[in-house]
Design a protein around this ligand. Structure first.
Ligand code: HPA
Ligand code: ZN
Length: 350
């Protein structure tokens, strides 16, 4: 079996992806026509060609523009179904998907249309493909904390169907500590928590995410490497980092994948996972991210298995579900005869 087929077949997670950032250009054109939303591009190819970014903000400008095509419950259903179908085809067995309601509620889209569309599609995809998926609600850090708390209140009717909350948007100048009350309230209401930090922002923002917000996971986290004490703390606590290498390349967080800090993060004992972020915008789903890193950073098969196991361990899953996925991974690796016994996942099948 070649390495591409092996990585494709690994039972993978995608723990950091944004549903609004998963709209393939063809679907974007369809939704725009359906809702009579004017776009600046006439064809899917022209739209795809526009996916060239200078930094996070230049991406966010296009990403928020794309959000305008999502209007009805059926639109949210279609976009979620399309991503889960594509992720399943990519060998993803469990996805944790962000959606940021503020982009939609500010235009008058009822939160009920968004929640019901996404949640119904999760149920349908589980039945159709056996893929498991959870919903994470994210808020925008370039808006106020009061706006974020308002979203927290609005999602309470779906408390049991939302696994956690996160925060994205323009990072520089918007430190995590600005949202301390929002995160405290989210925790008190039983949500798991994560926050984008250390993508364009400094190591100090990653430290605030851990020390002030006390999050369960960090999204990106690359900049932590600038603070050796922080790295030691993160390694000790095993707080997972959801790293997105192709996103980092396309947003110029790194100039070349060969310069990506992934290998240094692994060597430092950090709990790193590989994720897609906004796949059509950045040119790859999880398998493509793993294979691109293998090529650029000369990762071993054992490194790739470790990264996939880290993803399962970092997922917001019940212990029995996590164990089932770890067992599937162990069986898959053993069946392919790729790994030496000492490199097999630590949880062996019962
Ligand atoms: N960073 C911040 N906000 C985002 C991202 C990201 O990578 N993707 C979608 N929203
Ligand atoms: Zn992201």
């Amino acid at each position: 079996m070649d390495i591409e087929t092996f990585v494709h077949g690994l039972p993978k997670t995608d723990l950091h992806m944004h549903l609004e950032g998963s709209i393939e250009p063809e679907l974007m054109m369809t939704l725009a026509r359906r809702n009579c939303v004017p776009l600046r591009w006439d064809t899917a190819d022209a739209l795809r060609a526009a996916y060239r970014f200078e930094d996070l903000q230049s991406f966010l400008d296009l990403y928020f523009e794309g959000c305008r095509v999502l209007v009805t419950q059926a639109d949210f259903h279609d976009v979620t179904r399309a991503y889960l179908h594509r992720a399943h085809a990519d060998g993803v067995v469990h996805a944790e998907m962000f959606i940021g309601p503020q982009s939609f509620t500010e235009r008058g889209v009822p939160i009920k249309a968004l929640m019901n569309g996404v949640l119904d599609a999760i149920t349908d995809a589980q039945a159709a493909h056996g893929i498991s998926a959870s919903l994470l609600i994210s808020v925008h850090r370039h808006r106020s904390e009061a706006d974020a708390i308002a979203i927290l209140d609005q999602i309470m009717p779906w408390r049991d169907q939302v696994v956690g909350v996160g925060m994205g948007g323009a990072e520089r100048g918007n430190p995590p500590s600005r949202f301390a009350n929002f995160y405290r309230m989210a925790r008190e209401r039983g949500f798991r928590t994560c926050v984008h930090a250390g993508e364009e922002g400094p190591a100090a923002y990653v430290r605030e995410a851990v020390e002030v917000l006390a999050v369960d996971r960090i999204d990106h986290g690359n900049a932590c490497l600038d603070d050796p004490d922080l790295v030691a703390d993160l390694a000790d606590s095993r707080i997972p980092l959801t790293v997105c290498p192709l996103s980092n390349l396309r947003l110029k967080v790194v100039t070349d994948l060969k310069q990506h800090p992934l290998k240094a993060m692994m060597a430092a004992g950090l709990h790193v996972t590989i994720n897609s972020d906004d796949p059509p915008y950045f040119g790859g789903y999880v398998t493509e991210n793993l294979l691109a890193c293998r090529e650029a950073l000369d990762l071993s098969v054992e490194d790739l298995i470790d990264l996939v196991r880290n993803g399962i361990e970092a997922a917001f899953l019940a212990p029995d579900e996590r164990l089932r996925l770890l067992t599937d991974l162990t069986h898959y690796v053993a069946r392919q005869g790729y790994a030496e016994p000492h490199t097999l996942p630590s949880v062996l099948p019962g």
